[in-house]
Design a protein around this ligand. Structure first.
Ligand SMILES: Nc1ncnc2c1ncn2[C@@H]1O[C@H](COP(=O)(O)OP(=O)(O)O)[C@@H](O)[C@H]1O
Ligand SMILES: [Mg+2]
Length: 500
């Protein structure tokens, strides 16, 4: 605060003699101007103090001359004039001494100088000059110089009272400034707190908005995933129905010829056996002919031409291979028939845990050497379904699990209820599937197995059956770790599957 003043002019300083008061104001101005420099801690450079000391010397000369002239003019008692002159000389000498000291040392104690000036101001202006003024007033009021001199109060009470009042004024001023400062401080503090609160609020809002955006993003992601899945399922079921019709036709066309080829092959096998027996009988008779009989050579030649020994070996092999081949064709036709639901079966209520067990028995031969079966089955309500088809599904899943295990592993069977649905999970520790394979496993004829081992129809049949039951099938798999197939079926028969 650059305009802060050490002393302020107050009524306590006034003597009532204008000429004197004007000079006193000048002294106070001088002190106020020098106060900031003098109140710095430590010594003050002589150079800096010099102008002040010069002004003080000027002030003393002018002021004292004027005051002493006034005293003479008012006819003040000479005892007092002498005393007062002595005080003036004291001030002048003190200022001169300080000037010398400043010149000698190159500096001066700022605090000392300030203290000197203030005490001078207090005692001279507040005490002595007030006494001068009081004598002026007494003489003007008709008293003699002697009377006026003797009437002045020599105790220090007046001075001390004046000083105390001046100090109280100063204190009030300081208090007021302090209060202003405190208020300003409080306002600053409040403003800071408000700023902080606004800041925090802003941060919280940004965080909240970020969270909301993240949620929205997740929701969008989930939605787009669902759309993708739905699309895939649509595509899948479209493929299914096209393939289903095709399969139904092909299965029907192949089923009849396969039937008679199988039965003919059975008859042929019997006939060949009879022929072989017949040939054996002829051979026995030939052996009984004399060694030089001419028919022997003819018959030998005929046997050689026919490669009878080779035929004997090869015909049974050929027949067996043909039989195997036919069985394979029959199995594929059977799968195709399942796939196209040539045999639909009846809807009935079953405990799927039991179906799981009986299907496991059917495929036990494929599994028993490779996998330990772990059962974690929950109790299930009776489920309304086409049991023959569900068995087909369970069989496909179990056989696949068995195939996936190359040397040894485990197959875990789990089941449970979830609201209005039951679920069955078949988990294997087999070789697992890559994401690319997982994407295609429900396609008809998609297989990664060697020719003859897989038809690639198992899972597409499964998909179709599950679809007709209003259920779903979920896959989870990791190459090298195994796969999990989870089947979910509604307990009640879905309305869409009911005949109109
Ligand atoms: N549990 C499983 N573990 C690893 N791969 C599997 C499993 N189940 C199915 N697969 C894969 O899905 C393909 C298709 O299965 P599927 O439709 O039953 O036909 P197939 O068994 O005749 O190959 C299989 O060839 C195999 O690659
Ligand atoms: Mg299969």
């Amino acid at each position: 605060m650059s305009n802060m003043k050490l002393m302020t002019w107050s009524e306590h300083f006034e003597t009532g003699v204008d000429a004197i008061d004007i000079q006193h104001r000048k002294l106070i101005d001088l002190i106020n101007a020098a106060a900031p420099m003098l109140s710095e801690p430590g010594e003050v450079a002589a150079r800096a103090v010099q102008p002040l000391l010069d002004s003080l010397a000027d002030y003393a000369v002018n002021h004292f001359r004027m005051e002493e002239a006034l005293m003479v003019r008012h006819g003040i008692d000479s005892r007092y004039t002498v005393y007062h002159h002595g005080v003036h000389v004291g001030f002048t000498e003190e200022v001169a001494a300080m000037r010398r000291e400043a010149l000698g040392n190159g500096n001066v104690g700022g605090h000392n100088l300030l203290r000197f000036l203030i005490s001078w101001l207090s005692f001279h202006i507040l005490a002595e000059d007030q006494q001068v003024a009081r004598q002026f007033r007494a003489i003007a009021g008709g008293a003699s110089a002697k009377q006026a001199y003797e009437a002045i109060d020599r105790s220090d009470t007046a001075a001390i009272t004046a000083l105390t009042d001046a100090m109280i004024d100063m204190f009030s001023l300081l208090t007021e400034r302090n209060q202003n400062l405190a208020t300003a401080n409080r306002q600053l503090h409040d403003a800071q707190a408000e700023l902080l609160a606004t800041n925090q609020n802003l941060e919280a809002r940004v965080a909240e908005r970020t969270r909301e955006l993240e949620d929205e993003r997740m929701a969008l992601l989930a939605a787009s995933e669902r759309i993708e899945q739905t699309q895939e399922q649509l595509l899948q079921s479209e493929k299914m129905s096209a393939v289903g019709q095709l399969a139904a036709g092909v299965a029907h066309e192949i089923n009849n010829p396969i039937g008679f080829v199988i039965s003919n092959l059975g008859a042929l096998t019997g006939y060949v056996e009879q022929l072989m027996t017949l040939i054996a009988a002829y051979e026995a008779m030939e052996a009984r002919l004399p060694t030089d009989h001419p028919d022997r050579a003819t018959m030998f030649a005929a046997r050689e031409t026919a490669e009878l020994d080779f035929l004997r070996q090869d015909i049974p092999d050929l027949l067996r291979d043909s039989n195997d081949g036919l069985s394979r064709v029959k199995r594929i036709v059977g799968d195709l028939k399942d796939f196209s639901h040539i045999d639909e079966g009846e809807w009935s209520f079953v405990d799927l845990n039991k179906n799981l067990e009986s299907t496991l028995n059917v495929v036990w031969n494929e599994i028993k050497y490779k996998a330990e079966v772990i059962r974690e089955l929950g109790e299930l309500p009776l489920v309304n379904c086409l049991p023959a088809q569900i068995n087909q599904v369970l069989m496909n899943l179990l056989v696949n699990a068995g195939h996936a295990i190359e040397t040894r592993g485990s197959i875990t069977l789990r089941s449970g209820v979830e609201g209005k649905k039951v679920w069955i999970q078949i988990v294997d520790t087999g070789k697992g599937m890559t994401v690319e394979v997982q994407r295609r496993i429900f396609e008809p004829f998609y297989t990664t197995k060697p020719v003859g081992k897989g038809t690639g129809l198992g899972l597409s049949i499964t998909w179709d059956i599950v679809e007709r039951h209003g259920g779903k099938i979920e896959v989870d798999s990791k190459p090298g770790h195994g796969s999990s197939f989870r089947l979910t079926l509604p307990i009640e028969r879905p309305a869409a599957s009911r005949p109109a």
